[in-house]
Design a protein around this ligand. Structure first.
Ligand code: GDP
Length: 289
C-alpha cells in the first residue's frame, strides 16, 4: 500500500503541465511508479530496496554486515527522482557525443557520473534500464572485435551528464588505459564513478585492477552489483556478503553501501536513480546519514 505522501507526490506528477503530445509519457511515467507502489509489500521491497529484502534471510546478528544504510531515501524521494530520468519536452534526455580522449569530451559545466566495468558485466543493459523512461535514447553498444570503443556522453535534462565508459578486459581497446585513466584522473566535474561487478562472478582480478585505479586516484566510487536475478538467493547472499566485506576492509574511496541491480527485473534500478539524482543535484541530502 502506498504511503499517503507518495500518493500526493504521484498526484502532483499528474498535474505537471506539458505539451499535449507529451502528456501520455508523463502520465505513464507516474503510473509506472504508482504501479510499483501498488505491489504487495514484499514484492515492492524486493524491487525497490533489494538488500532490505535479502536481509530477511539472514539472522539478525549478520544483518548490519549486509546492509549499511547510509543512503536510505523514502518512497516519496524515489518517486521524485524518477522525474529526472523521464524525458519530456522540458526535460530532454539525449545522447550528446562520443570521445576517444578527454580533449574531445563535451563541455564540463554540468556534474557528471560515469559507469565502468569489464566487458559483459551488464553495463549497457543497466544504462538502458536507467533510461527506460527515455526510450528514444540510443545506448550505443560496440561489440565489434577490434572496433575502437569510446566514452559516450548522455545529457540528463539540465541537471547532469551520464558517461558510459568502454568495457575493460576482453577485447578492450589498446588505448583504454590512456582514455579511461586520463578521464578519471582529470575530469573535474566527475562527481561519482559507478564500478559494475557481476554478482554471479563476484570481484574478478580485472575488477581489482579497476578498483586499484579508483583507489589510487582517490575517486569517490560506488560498487553496483549486476544481474542479481541470475542466481539463487543463497549464492547471491554469499557473494554480496563477501563483496561487502571486501569493500569494508580493502577500500577507502568506495561508498560502503552496495547497490545490487537487475536490468531484467528492474530490481534496485529506482534506488540507483535516486542515488544519482542526490549526488548530482544536492537535492534531499537528508537521504544520507
Ligand atoms: P556490457 O558488455 O557490460 O555492456 O554487457 P551487456 O549489457 O551487453 O550484457 C551482457 C550480457 O548479460 C547480455 O547477454 C545481457 O542480456 C546479459 N545481462 C545484462 N544485464 C542482465 C541482468 O540484469 N540480468 C540477466 N539475467 N542478464 C543480464
Amino acid at each position: 500500500m502506498a504511503a499517503p505522501g507518495v500518493r500526493l507526490a504521484v498526484g502532483r506528477l499528474l498535474e505537471i503541465s506539458v505539451a499535449p503530445g507529451r502528456l501520455s509519457r508523463v502520465y505513464s511515467t507516474s503510473q509506472g511508479f504508482a504501479k510499483v507502489l501498488g505491489l504487495p509489500k514484499r514484492q515492492m521491497t524486493k524491487l525497490v530496496y533489494p538488500l532490505q529484502e535479502l536481509e530477511l534471510y539472514l539472522d539478525p546478528d549478520s544483518r548490519p554486515d549486509l546492509h549499511v544504510r547510509l543512503f536510505d531515501p523514502s518512497l516519496d524521494d524515489i518517486a521524485s527522482a524518477e522525474n529526472f530520468f523521464a524525458a519530456t519536452s522540458k526535460n530532454r534526455i539525449e545522447y550528446l557525443s562520443s570521445a576517444v580522449r578527454l580533449g574531445h569530451a563535451p563541455d564540463s559545466s554540468r556534474p557528471e557520473v560515469c559507469f565502468i566495468g569489464r566487458s559483459n558485466v551488464g553495463k549497457s543493459s543497466l544504462i538502458k534500464a536507467l533510461f527506460s523512461l527515455a526510450p528514444e535514447v540510443e545506448v550505443r553498444v560496440s561489440k565489434t572485435p577490434g572496433h575502437t570503443k569510446k566514452m559516450n556522453f548522455f545529457k540528463v535534462g539540465k541537471y547532469f551528464v551520464l558517461v558510459d565508459m568502454p568495457g575493460y578486459g576482453y577485447r578492450a581497446p589498446e588505448d583504454f588505459v590512456d582514455m579511461v585513466e586520463t578521464y578519471l584522473k582529470e575530469r573535474r566535474n566527475l562527481k561519482r564513478t559507478f564500478l559494475l561487478v557481476d554478482s554471479v562472478a563476484g570481484i574478478t582480478e580485472k575488477d581489482k585492477i579497476a578498483i586499484e585505479m579508483c583507489e589510487e586516484f582517490a575517486l569517490p566510487y560506488v560498487m553496483v552489483l549486476t544481474k542479481i536475478d541470475k542466481t539463487s538467493k543463497g549464492h547471491l547472499l554469499k557473494q554480496i556478503l563477501q563483496i561487502q566485506k571486501f569493500v569494508n576492509t580493502k577500500t577507502q574511496g568506495c561508498f560502503p553501501q552496495l547497490f545490487p541491480v537487475s536490468a531484467l527485473t528492474y530490481s534496485g534500478i529506482h534506488l540507483l536513480k535516486c542515488f544519482i539524482v542526490n549526488i548530482t543535484t544536492n537535492l534531499n541530502s537528508s537521504n544520507f546519514r
